[in-house]
Every structure is written in C-alpha cells, then in structure tokens.
Ligand binder design. Structure first.
Ligand SMILES: NC(=O)c1ccc[n+]([C@@H]2O[C@H](COP(=O)([O-])OP(=O)(O)OC[C@H]3O[C@@H](n4cnc5c(N)ncnc54)[C@H](O)[C@@H]3O)[C@@H](O)[C@H]2O)c1
Length: 258
C-alpha cells in the first residue's frame, strides 16, 4: 500500500456508540470530516438525530439509530439498519457508557442495582455490540473495533468503583477478543482517555474536581479536550494500524505512563 493510503478512511462505515453528545459527538464529526459514513448509535435518540442532521447539513453521510447497548434486540436492529443504509461495517467505536450520569460516591454507598446497570452498559454492552457486528466484519475479512476504557484504571481513581472496574474489564475483554477474531482479520484495540472536558463532563463535575492541579500532574500541562482523542481513534480505524491489535493506547497528556 502506498504511504498516501495509510490514513485513508474515505468511504468506510463506522458505528459510534454514544455518538449523540460528549466525546462521541466529536468522534462522529471527525469521522465524517475524514470521509467516513457514520452511524450514531445512542440511547438518547433525539440528540443522536440532531447530531446526525448537523453532520448531513455539513455534507456528511450520517444516520442516527436509537440504540440501548445493554439490549440485544436493540443492538441487532442497529446493526441491521447500518447494513441497510451503508452495506458494510468497517469499524465500531464502543464509546457509549454510563459515566457522567453516575454520582461520585464511596464504594460502600453504591446501590447493587446501579453496580449491575453499569456492568450491563459499560462492559456487557461491548459484548453485545461486538457480537452484532462480527458476522459482517468476518464476511468482509476485516474490521476495526475500538473500545473505550479510562485512564482511571491506571490511576486507581476512587468514587466510581463500578465504573472503574468495568473500564478495567474493557482491557481484558479487548485483549482476549483480539485473539479470538484475529483469524477473521479483525483488530481490537483500546483507547484510554484521561480526564476530558467533554460537554457532559463539564456539566456534571464540580470546579474543584476539574481544578488545574490535575493538569499540572501531566507531562503536557493543560486540560484535555475531546479533540485530543481524535487522532488516536482515526489512527486505529485506518490502515496505518492494520498490524496493531489487543493494545491499549493511553491518551492523557502523560499523566500516567504504562
Ligand atoms: N470525559 C472523560 O473525562 C472521560 C474519561 C475517561 C473515559 N471516558 C469515556 O469516554 C466515553 C465518552 O465519554 P463522555 O465524556 O462523552 O461521556 P458521556 O457520559 O457524556 O457520554 C456517554 C454517551 O453514551 C450514551 N449512552 C449511555 N448509555 C447508553 C446505552 N445504554 N446505550 C447507548 N448509548 C448510551 C449517552 O447518551 C452519551 O451520549 C465514555 O466511554 C467514557 O466512559 C470519558
């Protein structure tokens, strides 16, 4: 392949779960800018539709499908609609999670139902989405799965123990899955964002939580924005990363190093 094609994403189809708002919305816009056909699969259907409409207005190819990743039927319907609209599934960014809506509280105070719901969305949701796209990627003999973890796993950040546990699970899930689907030409990798100023993070966090103290612990001492994650996601979707699988890329300005 010529080096000019290494980062060519033109015409590829990507599903972005949780793409209606927050960081996922920035991924969706960036993928459209790169010439991709984008499916925004979000439980908040109205926001997903608004985002898709904005992308179409700017000349992009995007559809919204209201999807609950914790529900198998809903995910199967989303994969079917993707195939009907675009005929292929080249990539999936498993970005949806329960995060900004979770209270920060002691591990002793997390209700069991909330623990189970977080596991059902933030971990089992990936299984459900991967199983739904797998037959199509297998038939194509290629596919790129990108699972979103969190640098909390490296830092051991307290007060959302269910969320941190699920995000640690994302790494084991991705490593083992990479081996199970390698023969089908499918890559599975993980992106680990540091504390990122998504619109939802800003709305749900106190100013003390988002203080400059955190930024000062980075090698690159500034706040992290959703745009900081885009390059890594596009790289992992592109042919440039065809021989990378089962890996985790931490994008946090060098706060944690692993
Ligand atoms: N913002 C941060 O500081 C940060 C740090 C590390 C990791 N992350 C991860 O990055 C991703 C995006 O973060 P964000 O800040 O945009 O979070 P967010 O909470 O704002 O967005 C999550 C998205 O997932 C969607 N979603 C929730 N439950 C769903 C379900 N059952 N089915 C389908 N969609 C569902 C929401 O509607 C939303 O669009 C998440 O996986 C998050 O855990 C974020």
């Amino acid at each position: 392949m010529g080096s000019n094609k290494l980062f060519d994403l033109e015409g590829r189809t990507v599903i972005i779960t949780g793409g209606g708002r927050g960081i996922g919305k920035v991924y969706a816009k960036s993928c459209v800018d790169a010439g991709m056909k984008v499916v925004i699969a979000d439980i908040h259907g109205e926001e997903a539709e608004t985002t898709a409409a904005e992308l179409r207005d700017s000349g992009g190819d995007a559809i919204a499908v209201t999807t609950d990743i914790s529900n198998e039927e809903s995910v199967a319907a989303m994969a079917k609609k993707t195939m009907e609209a675009f005929g292929r599934i080249d990539g999936v960014v498993n970005n949806a999670s329960l995060m900004s809506s979770l209270p920060r509280r002691s591990w002793l105070e997390i209700p069991t139902e909330e623990w189970d719901r977080v596991m059902a969305v933030d971990l089992r949701g990936l299984l459900t989405v991967c199983r739904a796209v797998y037959p199509h990627m297998k038939a194509q003999k290629c596919g790129k799965i990108i699972n979103v973890s969190s640098s909390r796993v490296l830092e051991g950040t307290p007060n959302r123990l269910h969320y941190t546990s699920a995000k640690a699970g994302v790494i084991g899930f991705s490593r083992a899955l990479a081996r199970e689907v390698g023969d089908d030409g499918i890559n599975v990798n993980v992106v680990m964002p540091g504390l990122t100023l998504s619109d939802t993070q800003l709305a749900s966090s106190s100013t003390s939580y988002l203080s400059d103290e955190y930024n000062q612990q980075r090698a690159l001492k500034r706040p992290q924005t959703p745009e900081d994650l885009v390059g890594t996601v596009l790289f992992l979707l592109s042919p440039a990363s065809d021989f990378i699988t089962g890996q985790t890329i931490n994008v946090d300005g060098g706060k944690s190093m692993h």
